[in-house]
Design a protein. Structure first.
Length: 100
């Protein structure tokens, strides 16, 4: 009877240990799932911000391209004006020489 009682107690202890390890494993799984959910949410936020930053960069690059085109047109106009001014100076000098 004593041996049977010891076997029963050993079985009960084994059963309690199994239940405890299942509970611990379940708790760890829940914890890991919580950590995963937080990480997934953070990752989604980072991706959303990256998409927004990319869109902002596209806008800035578009403005930069427009500014570069505007500068190129201004340089072209300045070169045309400089050429016209040189031609005018040359014409005035020729006219002055012709009058002499």
């Amino acid at each position: 009877a004593l041996q049977l009682a010891l076997k029963r107690m050993e079985h009960d202890v084994d059963e309690q240990a199994r239940q405890m390890s299942e509970e611990v494993a379940d708790a760890r799984v829940r914890e890991a799932m919580g950590v995963y959910a937080v990480a997934a949410a953070a990752n989604a936020a980072v991706m959303e911000r990256a998409v927004a930053d990319s869109a902002d960069a596209d806008v800035v690059l578009g403005r930069l391209a427009a500014d570069r085109a505007r500068v190129a047109r201004l340089k072209e106009r300045a070169a045309e004006r400089e050429h016209a001014a040189r031609a005018l100076v040359q014409a005035v000098m020729l006219d002055s020489n012709a009058q002499l």
